[in-house]
Design a protein around this ligand. Structure first.
Ligand SMILES: O=C(O)CCC(=O)C(=O)O
Length: 437
């Protein structure tokens, strides 16, 4: 028999639960549809409902709602084709694509979603080797001075790059007692000169930029910018002191080209670095492949006519000027946001995924519009152009256990890959590229 004390307690418990459930349903009723979707995918217990997530690799096996929304289209060029003379950033299609062979025409396939004019999905056109090259670029070459990263606020990062230091320690070239095996905190560095030198180095590189006509177009913005000094967040003495190998897991973003000022969500127009040529060539091929793409978004409008979306952004005008590389650990996410810092909102935003699969949510111009959810796997390319360029989007979940076999540390015959593969065992990398002007 339950004692009166327990009975009493359980009544209290019941009341508490009732209160909690009431406040939960109140929160739900006041949450935007975008927030509700984010909560679903972030939830660990109960697990998310994945029923309506679009899997572009399995449209035939999807439910009728998804089948009715998704349309397969053909790109204007086969990706990698126009790069024949240069280094092909997508990789040689005579190599295997993961575990299987490339099928002729496979690099011309893309998908659109009828309710989302301006969103284009290109299923992984890369070979494993090409993916590995880009991942190496993101960790070894892009995550270092002079590109800014989230770590710069609090840590004095080695000029050779955190990754290179991490690699030398793992390879036994530096032993653990070496003073370089601990990354100093900026808050404790009294000699700040070296840091300020870095800033002037950046300016130096900008003045050496070889694009005079562009500099003219941007002159007005630049002059305004130079008058407004943007305050940087202050370094904290409360962040942990870590080794390079620990700190590399705390890397969340770096910026390419025009450096981004996160507190004001604007570009530092006086801090422009040359955009990496290989990523430029990659995005130029993508922009070329979608130039002139036209598809029906509504069978009938109020005048009983078909409605179309045409992407007419001329690839000749495409100039990748800024990029963000996002480094996600498995528990990370990015909340709903719109990328609207660019002056040119006509140009597409091109986004590449590598490593673990994520859930990508993309909605409308407000959070009141329920987003659609889709899987982004390693190598997939997503494009936001036209009306979709100003839509809310986010990544609420990285899916554990989804790293492709070919990215695992010991897979393949590249001995250098092991350390990158170890990092990728708990990561997803996203490279997204924009035109600012
Ligand atoms: O990680 C992604 O796929 C999206 C990243 C993103 O939305 C952003 O950086 O603005």
């Amino acid at each position: 028999m339950v004692s009166s004390k327990t009975q009493h307690k359980s009544k209290r418990q019941q009341k508490l639960e009732q209160k909690q459930s009431l406040s939960k349903s109140f929160i739900h009723s006041t949450q935007t549809p975008f927030r509700v979707a984010e909560r679903n995918f972030k939830s660990r217990l109960p697990p998310p409902n994945f029923d309506n997530v679009i899997d572009f690799y399995n449209i035939d096996g999807s439910n009728d709602e998804i089948k009715s929304k998704v349309v397969k289209i053909e790109l204007k060029i086969e990706l990698g084709e126009d790069d024949a003379e240069k280094e092909n950033m997508f990789g040689d299609c005579n190599e295997l694509k993961g575990e299987k062979e490339f099928v002729k025409g496979e690099r011309r396939i893309a998908y659109i979603v009828k309710d989302l004019p301006g969103f284009i999905f290109i299923p992984n056109p890369f070979t494993p080797k090409a993916q590995k090259n880009i991942i190496k670029r993101c960790l070894r070459d892009f995550a270092r001075y002079p590109n800014k990263s989230n770590l710069d606020t609090h840590y004095v990062l080695p000029k050779e790059g955190l990754w290179n230091l991490h690699e030398r320690i793992i390879n036994g070239e530096l032993n653990g007692s070496n003073s370089r095996c601990v990354i100093p905190l900026k808050a404790f560095v009294t000699e700040r000169e070296s840091f300020y030198e870095k800033e002037s180095d950046i300016k130096q590189e900008i003045t050496q930029k070889e694009c005079p006509q562009e500099l003219l177009i941007e002159k007005d913005y630049r002059e305004k910018e130079e008058k407004e000094e943007k305050a940087e967040p202050l370094p904290s003495s409360g962040v942990p002191i870590l080794s390079p190998s620990q700190l590399i897991k705390k890397l969340r973003w770096i910026t390419l080209g025009y450096q981004y000022h996160w507190p004001t969500k604007t570009y530092h127009l006086d801090k422009r670095l040359p955009f990496p040529r290989d990523i430029e060539s990659l995005t130029t091929s993508v922009v070329k492949s979608i130039n002139g793409i036209k598809f029906c978004t509504k069978e009938t409008n109020e005048d009983n006519e078909k409605q179309y979306f045409v992407n007419d952004y001329d690839h000749e005008k495409w100039k990748p000027e800024a990029g963000v590389v996002n480094y996600y650990q498995l528990k990370d996410n990015i909340m709903a946001h719109v990328d609207k810092s660019e002056i040119n909102m006509e140009a597409p935003l091109i986004s590449f995924s590598f490593g673990h699969t994520c859930i990508f949510l993309i909605g409308g111009p407000t959070r009141e519009i329920a987003p659609i959810a889709l899987y982004l796997r390693s190598g997939d390319i997503s494009i936001m152009c036209g009306p979709c360029r100003t839509n809310f989007h986010g990544v609420p979940r990285i899916l554990e256990g989804t790293l492709p076999k070919y990215l695992e540390p010991n897979y393949g015959d590249d001995p250098e890959w092991k350390i990158y593969g170890d990092f990728m065992s708990s990561s997803r990398i996203n490279v997204n590229v924009r035109q600012v002007f």
